[in-house]
Write a protein that binds this ligand. Structure first.
Ligand SMILES: Nc1ncnc2c1ncn2[C@@H]1O[C@H](COP(=O)(O)OP(=O)(O)OP(=O)(O)O)[C@@H](O)[C@H]1O
Ligand SMILES: [Mg+2]
Length: 204
């Protein structure tokens, strides 16, 4: 049994809390909120199980956090995933939302390049996401020039009944392009406007 407390808490969302793994600094443990159904978690794990049959040797960089196993904790059953850390400091990477709204450490050019590379990798390796929000993408700083890699930490998968995008390049490209359009990632200022609207809806 692993013991988690606020000392290890990295972040939280509508579905779960995310903690650093106390015994392994390359991993994190996600604990579903009380109201999150087991069915929801299992659907996600099933998709990762399907992905695990893929070879990752051709990935230029790990552009999504992989699921490892489930683990028993004092807060209930948790799911162990890769943890995204900056290569320069070894600290947990901040999200793209953070760099778009609270920091100008990373230039727009670098963020745009990161998004372009992420999109290419998703198309090439047929990895899809239901929830490409900027809070679900971590921005890993890889060197002192503040070059970055964007890594999807949440929302991997799709629920298409006929998964044409899994089978045919043409449909994979269209699907990823639709995702980028839907979540306003083709232009950073559109994304910033979108975030502003979301915040004002939440009265933040
Ligand atoms: N693998 C990871 N590495 C680093 N930080 C992470 C990782 N996974 C999650 N985080 C941080 O924790 C936050 C919450 O995690 P996550 O997105 O998995 O929760 P969620 O409840 O599924 O989110 P949502 O509300 O988007 O559905 C993220 O926004 C991010 O800041
Ligand atoms: Mg999330």
């Amino acid at each position: 049994m692993i013991y988690l407390d606020n000392e290890y808490l990295i972040g939280e969302g509508e579905i779960r809390f995310c903690y650093k793994h106390p015994l392994n600094d390359k991993l994190c443990i996600k604990i579903p909120r009380k109201e999150t159904t087991r069915d929801y978690t299992e659907k996600e794990l099933k998709y990762f199980n399907k992905l695990s049959k893929r070879s990752k040797v051709n990935f230029k960089f790990p552009f999504y956090t992989d699921f490892h196993h489930e683990i028993s904790t004092n807060l209930g059953l948790g799911q162990v995933f890769d943890l995204v850390c900056d290569k320069t400091t070894n600290k947990v990477s901040k999200t793209l939302e953070y760099y778009l709204t609270q920091s100008d450490q990373i230039s727009d050019d670098k963020l745009e390049l990161g998004l372009l590379k992420l999109k290419k990798m998703m198309i090439k390796h047929k990895i899809f996401t239901r929830d490409l929000r900027s809070r679900n993408i971590c921005c890993r700083i890889i060197n002192d020039k503040n070059d970055i890699e964007l890594v999807i930490v949440d929302g991997i998968g799709h629920r298409d009944f006929f998964p044409l995008a899994d089978w045919f390049d043409f449909f994979s490209r269209k699907k990823v392009e639709r995702t980028f359009d839907k979540w306003k990632f083709n232009c950073l200022n559109d994304q910033r406007e979108y975030l502003k609207k979301q915040y004002s809806l939440l009265n933040l």
